[in-house]
Design a protein around this ligand. Structure first.
Ligand SMILES: *Cc1c(COP(=O)(O)O)cnc(C)c1O
Length: 405
C-alpha cells in the first residue's frame, strides 16, 4: 500500500530514518554526552536484535515467562447487544503483570544484559512502568533504580510496594511538582552520570532515538500475533482496529501488524473532562509541534510554550505528548486519531465487566468505548480492540469515585 508517498511494503526499513525521524518527528534533542550514550544503544540494538541467540532468548521468555501468545476473545454478548458488528479484544491483560508494558521492558533489559550493563534506570508516574521494569530487572538479576515523584509515591502505595518487593530502589524526586515530568528529568540526570554502567529504559514510544523505534519493535509482537490469530479465527482481516494512545506504545505495536492491510486504524486519546487545556491529554488532537523529553512531536503547551498540565481518568494516558510515529501516521492519514472522555470510558469499563467478565484497565476502556461507538456507526463488519491491560490496579479508584453501578 502507498499513501502520500509512503510505501508500506517497505515501511519498517525506512521509518524511522537513520537519524530517528518519522518525517519531521522524532530525532535526538539531548546533550552531546547523552547523544553518545543513545548512539551506543542504537548500535547495540541494530547488532544484537539480528543475533539468533537474542531472538531465541526473547522468544523463549515471551512463551515461558510472559505467557505469550495472549489470546483474542470474541465479545459475543456485547456485540449482539449492539447489533451486527462483531467486536473482538486482543488480551494483553493476560500478559504477565497484567499489561502490554512488560513486552518492551523484557526486551530493553535483555538488551542491557547483552550490552554488559549492570543496572537499569527508569522513571514512573502511576507506577505501571516501574513495576514492569522491576519485574524484568528481577528476572535478569539486574540492579534497578526507579525515579518517582513524591506526589506519585503517596498516591500509588501498592505499586511502590510491588517495586520494593521485586527488589528495585525507588528513588524519590522531591523538586517542582514532584510528579512524572520531574521524575523524567531526574532519571535523565542520573543517566548522564551513570551511563557507562547502565541503560535508561523509557516507558513508551517516546524520548530520543532509538526508543520510539525500539519500543515499537518490541511491542510489534502484539500486532503480529493479533493479525495471525484473527485471520485464523474468522478467516478474514478485521475491518477496523482500535487502541488507546498515551505515549503510544501499545498502539504502535498493535498497529504495526496491520499498517500494510486494508484495515481502518483508530488511535484513541483521553478527552478527560472536556476540551479546555488542562482538562484532557489529547495531544494529537489539540497539540502543536514541539520538543520535549528529547524528541520532536506534538505537544500540549501552556502560554510559555512549556508542556501544559494534563488530565485523564486514566493515569497511564496522562502525558502532554505522543510518540513521533503517531504524529507522522496522523499527518499522512494512515491512522485516524479520535477522543473518548471520562464518562464514556467508565460506561465501557462497566459494559465489558458486566457483559463479558473482563475488567479492563481504565486506559484500555478508552479503546473499548470507541469500539462500541464504531460498532454503532459501522452497522456491519468486525472491530478488533487492543485490551492493553487489566483493571485490578484501578479497583480502589473506581469504587471511591464512581461507586458500584
Ligand atoms: C501505560 C499504559 C497505557 C499507556 O501507554 P502507551 O504507551 O500509550 O501504550 C495503556 N494501557 C495500559 C494498561 C497501561 O498500563
Amino acid at each position: 500500500m502507498i499513501l502520500n508517498n509512503v510505501n508500506f511494503d517497505t515501511y519498517f526499513r525506512n521509518y524511522p530514518d537513520e537519524n530517528g525521524y518519522f518525517g519531521k518527528y522524532g530525532g535526538t534533542y539531548i546533550s552531546e554526552e547523552l547523544k553518545a550514550a543513545m548512539q551506543e544503544i542504537t548500535e547495540a540494538y541494530f547488532t544484537i536484535c539480528q543475533s539468533r541467540k537474542f531472538i531465541a532468548e526473547l522468544r523463549r521468555i515471551r512463551k515461558e515467562f510472559q505467557g505469550r501468545p495472549t489470546p483474542i476473545s470474541h465479545l459475543e454478548r456485547l456485540s449482539n447487544k449492539l447489533g451486527r458488528v462483531q467486536l473482538y479484544v486482543k488480551r494483553e491483560d493476560l500478559n504477565h503483570t497484567g499489561a502490554h508494558k512488560l513486552n518492551h521492558c523484557m526486551g530493553e533489559v535483555l538488551l542491557a544484559k547483552y550490552m554488559g550493563k549492570k543496572k537499569v534506570i527508569a522513571e514512573t508516574g502511576a507506577g505501571q512502568h516501574g513495576v514492569a521494569m522491576a519485574t524484568a530487572a528481577a528476572y535478569f538479576g539486574m540492579e534497578c533504580d526507579i525515579y518517582m515523584g513524591t506526589e506519585d509515591i503517596k498516591k500509588q502505595a501498592p505499586n511502590v510496594a510491588r517495586m520494593k518487593i521485586l527488589g528495585a530502589n525507588v528513588v524519590e524526586v522531591t523538586h517542582g511538582q514532584a510528579t512524572l515530568k520531574e521524575a523524567v528529568d531526574a532519571a535523565f540526570a542520573a543517566y548522564a552520570r551513570e551511563y557507562k554502567d547502565c541503560i535508561y529504559c523509557i516507558g513508551s514510544v517516546v524520548g530520543p532515538h532509538p526508543f520510539p523505534m525500539m519500543v515499537r519493535d518490541f511491542q510489534s509482537v502484539v500486532g503480529e500475533e493479533a493479525r495471525e490469530q484473527f485471520v485464523e479465527m474468522t478467516g478474514h482481516l478485521p475491518d477496523a482496529i482500535v487502541a488507546c494512545v498515551g505515549g503510544g506504545s501499545n498502539a504502535a505495536g498493535f498497529f504495526s501488524g496491520f499498517l500494510n492491510d486494508p484495515v481502518d486504524i483508530y488511535g484513541i486519546e483521553p478527552l478527560g473532562r472536556g476540551t479546555a487545556l488542562g482538562d484532557h491529554a489529547a495531544s494529537l488532537q489539540y497539540g502543536t509541534e514541539g520538543v520535549m523529553h528529547g524528541f520532536n512531536s506534538v505537544m500540549l503547551k501552556d502560554e510559555n510554550g512549556e508542556p501544559a498540565p494534563v488530565y485523564s481518568v486514566a493515569s497511564g494516558l496522562d502525558y502532554p505528548s505522543s510518540g513521533p510515529e503517531h504524529a507522522f501516521l496522523r499527518d499522512i492519514g494512515r491512522v485516524k486519531y479520535d477522543v473518548i472522555n471520562d464518562d464514556e470510558t467508565i460506561d465501557a469499563f462497566y459494559a465489558l465487566s458486566r457483559m463479558e467478565g473482563i475488567i479492563p484497565a481504565i486506559e484500555s476502556a478508552h479503546a473499548v468505548a470507541y469500539g462500541i461507538k464504531l460498532a454503532e456507526r459501522m452497522g456491519k463488519g468486525s472491530v478488533l480492540i487492543n485490551l492493553s491491560g487489566r483493571g485490578d490496579k484501578d479497583m480502589d479508584y473506581i469504587i471511591e469515585r464512581y461507586g458500584i453501578r
